[in-house]
Design a protein around this ligand. Sequence first.
Ligand code: UD1
Length: 420
Amino acid sequence: MDSFVIEGGTTLRGEVQVGGSKNAVLPIMAATLLTRETCVIRRVPDLSDVRFMCSILESLGATVAFADGTLTIRAENISGTGNYDLIRKMRGSICILGPLMGRLLRASVSLPGGCVIGTRPIDLHLKGLEALGARMRIEGGYVHAETPGLHGGVIFLGGRSGPTVLGTANVVMASVLAEGVTVIESAACEPEVVDLCHFLNGMGARIHGAGSPTITVTGVAALGGVDHEVIADRIEAGTFAVAAAASGGRVTLKGARAEHLGAVLDKLRESGAAIERHAGGLTVTAGQAVRPLEITTMPYSGFPTDMQAQFMAMLCLAPGTSIVTERIFESRFMHAAELMRLGADIGIEGPSAIIRGGRPLSGAEVMASDLRASAALVIAGIAAQGRTQVHRVYHLDRGYERMEVKLAALGARIERTRGE
Ligand code: UD1
């Protein structure tokens, strides 16, 4: 397993190109199952999760070509019986359920188990599909769904922690070919859901209200091919923005969409950084010192759970007390213990982490536990004095394309070591 070796204490300066959004492209790839025609998807990041989804689509019978950031997918004849070992391994693959139901009226998908950031239920996905007329059966770790025909309806998709992103994607994808009108209430408003709906409308779907809590879908008889460019990854952009601020540097994020980063940029400003928005991106300049913050994760347009770990790393540097409260996933604080190995002082009180910042960080060997936790450890490693080794960076490779190359171009001393 690869690891990153970081010599800390450098200041990040320069420009970095933000790639296409992982969380937008995964459901968009699944949506290609809804048509027999060819779909072209551009600005696709070369990530292990994307490669994984390519394999899943191929195992269902689609032909997939991926070159120079462009995916060409043709799902002319699909079987609905994929390689379940593959599907089981990636939680994002749950979003093939909706399009398979829409196209074939039946689907079997492995139930995602719990993962390191908490239990990941899919009750809302199932509730939504049932409301469209699907019959669901759970057997042997799989959800089997079938229907004589899907029809519209009014579906409230809000859960205990608010709306569900992939649940909304699944219900939208199942409803585009359903008979009649589907109204999804308490729909997720994330930009990735909006991008999926743009993709589907490009295929000929009739979706209104994406980006608001009420999405209305009028079913159509068939969908065609489309050529679509994926939105920039707001979490990758946010991660580099925090890395710039934590290192005391100045970084321009080319392609970043400031309008998707409202809560993140607001908190960065509050922590002392300056943000300049300009055509084609934004520039983050660190302040004199990082100031402590109180952060609570929320559904979009609130502060994203996927940026919580990176901010926690930065707040370890802020003299004073910061409080980070996680409201989306119950045990998403695995990075706290690893940050403490670098010298941070963090206490966990229920859903909140109390960070007593300002103590100097010094390099250590740390273990990446999930995608965003890994990014936090890299940020802390750059800010720390001395050598940090981040093990298990395959977690990072799921969601960041060549992160070490991009960081090195900004001045970080970071190298990948192969195997272990
Ligand atoms: C997506 C993102 C992930 C991000 C998360 C929240 C992808 C591939 N992943 O995950 O990076 O962290 O949104 O922004 O896009 N819930 C239920 N029942 C359900 C589904 C969800 O109770 O059927 C709960 C979850 O446990 C969680 C909350 O709803 O507490 C939000 O989860 P959800 O939005 O569904 O996350 P994902 O779509 O899986």
